[in-house]
Design a protein around this ligand. Structure first.
Ligand code: PEP
Ligand code: MN
Length: 264
């Protein structure tokens, strides 16, 4: 798709001297939890504060998010900390509400990217927007589905696009929650070289002890940024507890990644 070529992206416009960092809890749980995490992240490399408010859970009976109420908490984060905000949207109603509440970055989750009808519905609802829209890879290792999601958004005239690599589901038992299959992300990048490519080490690993190594691999592969789930009391998180890191730990990881880069 030649008309998708961009010479300068929203990421260049941020003018960062380090990889883009999107961080915050897997789920917004309470206003106090969201604000406490945000305040601990405000003096760091984090540009976008993430929190899931509509949570697509693989099986029923788990916490499915606080819903639209959380949008007000994200607005407060922006007012109080200056960080921009990010959340997952999974249908046209979510998009409408997120835009009404001036969320800066919207992402399409791995369970939505698998469904062309859902991606199309989201693309139509976002038509022509200036907001940043990131497409996570589908849960299964299918490059065409991922590309299809990106193409649907481009076709809806959404210019500030990017992709997030969050690993792929497998029935095999490995040390990862979702195997990275880095070559799939690289292949996508080869097809869309100007599309910012972000790694989500949290959902790849499912394990906070592996976040640094996977982040390092991503940066070594020239990924443009990281999305890292961060929580002040990770073990008590209402979703994805094992993979979340504290704000201090995130800052340490960013520092160690920087040191590795400088001394390489
Ligand atoms: C998330 O980012 O919290 C999430 C649900 O991710 P994924 O769609 O990658 O599973
Ligand atoms: Mn999560």
């Amino acid at each position: 798709m030649e008309n998708t070529k961009q010479l300068k992206t929203w990421l260049d416009d941020l003018g960062l001297d380090h990889p883009l960092v999107i961080a915050g809890p897997c789920s917004a749980e309470t206003e106090a939890q969201v604000l406490a995490i945000a305040h601990e992240l405000k003096d760091s490399d984090v540009s976008y504060f993430r929190a899931g408010i509509w949570k697509p859970r693989t099986r029923p009976g788990n916490f499915e998010g606080v819903g639209a109420l959380g949008l007000k908490w994200l607005q407060k984060v922006k007012e109080e900390t200056g960080m921009k905000t990010a959340t997952e949207v999974a249908n046209a109603a979510h998009v409408k509400l997120a835009l009404e509440h001036d969320i800066d970055l919207l992402w399409i989750g791995a369970r939505s990217t698998v469904s062309p009808f859902i991606v199309q519905e989201i693309a139509d609802a976002l038509e022509g927007t200036d907001k940043i829209v990131l497409v996570k890879n589908p849960v299964n290792p299918d490059l065409a589905l991922w590309l299809g999601g990106v193409e649907r958004l481009y076709a809806a005239n959404i210019k500030n696009l990017g992709v997030i690599h969050r690993g792929f589901s497998t029935y095999e038992k490995t040390k990862y929650r979702n195997i990275p299959e880095w070559q799939i992300a690289i292949e996508l990048q080869n097809k869309f070289p100007d599309l910012p490519l972000i790694c989500d080490p949290s959902h790849i690993t499912g394990n906070r002890d592996l976040i640094f190594d996977v982040s390092q691999t991503a940066l070594d592969l020239n990924f443009n940024g990281l999305m890292v789930e961060t929580h002040t009391t990770p073990d008590e998180a209402w979703s994805d507890a094992a993979q979340q890191v504290t704000p201090d730990k995130l800052k340490q990881i960013m520092e160690d990644l920087r040191i590795r880069k400088v001394t390489d």
